[in-house]
Design a protein around this ligand. Structure first.
Ligand SMILES: NC(=O)C1=CN([C@@H]2O[C@H](COP(=O)(O)OP(=O)(O)OC[C@H]3O[C@@H](n4cnc5c(N)ncnc54)[C@H](OP(=O)(O)O)[C@@H]3O)[C@@H](O)[C@H]2O)C=CC1
Ligand SMILES: Nc1nc(=O)c2c([nH]1)NC[C@@H]1CN(c3ccc(C(=O)N[C@@H](CCC(=O)O)C(=O)O)cc3)C=[N+]21
Length: 297
């Protein structure tokens, strides 16, 4: 059996187009564009690429992009001051502080400083609490993108067995919450899980968010299962000095067994940025008091 490839890149392009339409409508009603501020501390090359891509896609959707690049040795107090300024700026609807931060900063403290109603990453404890209790808030972009792909692929997820490998605050835990909300039976596996292959074999839905290149093998997958690969790992390429991206799933073997699978690149990654733009246009409407049927985007 050869799995169907879930085209996250194409789905993300469609989502960005819907966001663009809503953004134009917002501008007409509010008399200003919606705005997203992205804060990057330090010069990590991968982070710089992501931030540049976010900026380009924000502009392409008809929204304003504000980029704040701070040197790696910025003090935590100075970063908090930037966040405070963005909280108070009426042109800024969404704020994203790129993670990870340099080790001399307390990430939780910085995230806690963001106004929860501008926290389009959904990382603030208030939004974590809203998600777990079913209140409207902001949901982390990567897991929300995964659920969008799953629902597009499978329709209702109700009653399905889902295994999430990984329990981080930014992917694994919110992913599990969203799957619970979709009425899946959810198992969360991590580095202490006993017999991971056996746990994964139970799943109709496998979400891999581990950060270990090609760890999840085809033999672990229940035939016909839907596999969502969140992993982004840069590994040495075929040519000397070149690198390539691989996921946390061994695509070659898993795609022989799964019913459907996301590729890396071109799967979950592009969805993350598209959902960020979606969350930003939603934030703009909520904060400006302009009605929006959020179910249409
Ligand atoms: N596509 C996208 O947009 C995004 C992709 N990513 C990618 O997703 C992956 C995960 O990211 P993130 O959640 O931040 O990573 P973290 O390192 O924060 O978390 C990794 C999780 O995997 C678990 N784990 C590690 N090793 C094993 C193992 N051998 N067996 C079982 N579980 C294990 C850890 O367990 P424990 O808790 O016990 O340590 C932990 O819960 C990375 O590849 C990252 O690059 C991340 C964000 C966005
Ligand atoms: N506050 C914060 N929010 C984040 O959402 C956040 C973050 N910090 N820090 C880093 C991670 C990682 N992340 C990705 C976004 C897009 C791609 C993406 O577009 N990937 C492309 C490939 C890109 C490439 O070629 O390098 C793809 O999979 O097709 C990947 C990963 C967001 N993150």
């Amino acid at each position: 059996m050869t799995a169907q490839i879930i085209d996250g890149k194409a789905f993300a392009a469609g989502l960005r187009e819907r966001v663009g339409t809503v953004a134009a409508d917002f501008e007409a009603k509010a008399g200003r564009k919606a705005g997203l501020a992205v804060v990057l501390v330090g010069e990590d090359p991968a982070s710089q690429v992501y931030v540049r891509n976010k900026g380009k896609q924000t502009l392409a959707c008809g929204m304003e992009s504000f980029e704040h690049k701070l040197p790696a040795d910025t003090s935590e107090a100075d970063l908090l001051a930037v966040v405070e300024k963005l909280n108070a700026d009426p042109a800024v609807d969404g704020i994203l502080v790129q993670l990870p931060l340099p080790s001399h900063m307390n990430e939780q403290k910085v995230i806690a400083a963001i106004n929860p109603d501008k926290d389009v990453d959904g990382f603030h404890v208030v939004n974590v609490g809203r998600l777990s209790t079913g209140l409207p808030g902001f949901v982390p972009c990567t897991p929300l993108g995964c659920v969008m792909l799953l629902k597009d692929q499978l329709g209702s997820l109700s009653g399905l067995d889902a295994v999430v490998v990984g329990r981080s605050n930014i992917v694994g835990k919110p992913m599990a919450q969203l799957l619970i909300a979709e009425s899946c039976t959810v198992t969360v596996a991590h580095s202490r899980t006993q017999d991971l292959p056996e746990v994964v074999r139970r799943a109709d839905i496998v979400v891999a968010a581990v950060g270990r290149p090609e760890m999840v093998k085809g033999e672990w997958i229940k035939p016909g299962a839907t596999v969502i690969d969140v992993g982004i790992n840069r590994v040495p390429g075929a040519e000397e000095g070149k690198t390539r991206l691989v996921g946390d799933v061994d695509f070659a073997s898993a795609s022989e067994v799964a019913g459907a699978i996301t590729p890396v690149p071109g799967g979950v990654g592009p969805m993350t940025i598209a959902v960020l733009l979606r969350n930003t246009i939603v934030a703009a409407h909520r904060n400006a008091g302009i009605a929006l049927d959020e179910s249409t985007i």
